[in-house]
Ligand binder design. Structure first.
Ligand SMILES: [Zn+2]
Length: 75
């Protein structure tokens, strides 16, 4: 069984939206080989266009809604 998983590098606070400079939550790998970074706002705004030119879209916007730490429940 072969499962191809792209070892996506998690986006960090150092990754910035190409449009506004906010923290990036989407990485768009272009079919031409380039790479674009977008914040959640611009990622959504340009999503229809991006889907036409992207080879891959790494979407980490769900991290915005998730609690910062999930392992704080231990007492
Ligand atoms: Zn932005």
């Amino acid at each position: 069984m072969t499962t191809v998983l792209t070892p996506a590098t998690p986006l960090t606070a150092a990754d910035r939206c190409d449009r506004c400079g906010a923290q990036a939550y989407l990485r768009v790998v272009l079919m031409s080989g380039g790479e674009l970074l977008f914040c959640a706002h611009h990622g959504r705004k340009f999503e229809p266009e991006l889907k036409k030119i992207a080879a891959e879209i790494q979407d980490e916007t769900e991290r915005l809604a998730a609690p910062a730490s999930a392992s704080d429940e231990e007492r």
